[in-house]
Design a protein around this ligand. Structure first.
Ligand SMILES: [Zn+2]
Length: 329
């Protein structure tokens, strides 16, 4: 029995998924892995946390979990026909097309998007450029504006390419200078990367650009492993039905995340909490503004996800390991 169990892993599910378009395996149906799930929900609650990385061996559901966020992310509005998903009320951050439009702009209801980096796509397809008539053809980094970008096996990517994506994500704008001309457009997306250490290392300098790094371990408990197999098989037998059975719980988390996003905007970080952040970063030799902000944003998310507009020192304690753990090694 146990050897059968070992063979059924989420990697298997990934291969199966690609055969046809089917709904992602629900995040709520992933057995155990509470830290990974909570981290993804915090990130969905407050994208200002920055980029996050899930680290662990192949086939334990890292990318499956990230994809599973799709049906939990808050609902939003996008301007009809806009490549960059501009939001009708966020005029300040509109693209040039929306800003210069002389006609009334319509919008449609949608969800905040989550997309996966297309495998083997050309640099031009990702970053855009000019066509032979010198018209700007924006790339994938524009398409994912206002959404999340999943980077599976990020340590297999060219580090320069990965750094470029991190640069754009941090700036929220893609500025390109090339021989054929300069251009810029909104590209405000957040990165969820995964890596399997067996594929190779990633430079510390790159790793430090991730606000939170989560170590995901394989589940050893036999009962839990049986439950994983049961759920994966139920999903494979009828994905739509499996998703439907988890719908209520997914909607509940979606509502919670949506509310948390709103609360984050109304929450201040009291002096006592700022002091705690200062103290902990100093003590651990991580006394820089970047790390402090990552702690602050994660603590805000933790409070808001808990339906509070006040952040406490306990919030900082709860998320400290996620932000600081990888910086200590
Ligand atoms: Zn636009």
């Amino acid at each position: 029995m146990s050897s059968d169990l070992d063979e059924i892993v989420f990697a298997d599910l990934s291969k199966y998924r690609k055969k046809k378009e089917m709904p992602p395996f629900p995040l709520v149906a992933i057995v155990g892995q509470q830290v990974m799930k909570k981290t993804l929900l915090l990130h969905a609650s407050n994208p200002d946390i920055g980029s996050i990385m899930l680290v662990g061996e192949a086939g334990i559901g890292k990318s499956t979990a990230a994809r599973g966020l799709r049906d939990i992310l808050p609902r939003t509005e996008s301007i009809t026909g806009c490549f960059y998903n501009c939001h009708p009320e966020d005029k300040e951050n509109w693209c040039m097309d929306c800003k210069s439009s002389v006609e009334d702009l319509n919008s449609y209801p949608t969800r905040i998007s989550i997309s996966e980096l297309p495998i083997g796509a050309s640099e031009k397809r990702i970053f855009g450029g000019f066509d032979h008539k010198s018209r700007l053809k924006p790339g994938f980094v524009g398409r994912v504006n206002h959404g999340y970008l999943i980077l599976p096996r990020a340590n297999l990517l060219d580090p320069a390419f990965l750094n470029r994506l991190l640069d754009i994500s941090e700036a929220g704008i893609h500025r390109s200078k090339s021989e054929s001309g300069d251009f810029s457009h909104p590209a405000d997306f957040k990165i969820i990367a995964t890596m399997n250490p067996e594929d190779g290392e990633l430079d510390n300098e790159v790793l430090e650009r991730f606000s939170m790094i989560i170590s995901v371990k394989a589940i050893k408990d036999i009962e839990e492993r049986i439950e994983i197999v049961r759920r994966v098989e139920a999903y494979r037998a009828d994905p739509e039905d499996f998703v439907l059975k988890n719908r209520r719980e997914m909607e509940a988390f979606s509502a919670r995340v949506t509310r948390a996003r709103d609360l984050v905007k109304r929450t201040d970080v009291p002096e006592k909490v700022e002091e705690a952040i200062k103290k902990i970063t100093k003590k651990l030799g991580q006394d820089n503004d970047w790390v402090k902000d990552a702690l602050r944003q994660a603590a805000l998310a933790n409070a808001a996800f808990d339906d509070r507009v006040w952040v406490t020192v306990d919030d900082v304690a709860e998320i400290a390991e996620l932000v600081l753990g990888h910086r200590m090694e």
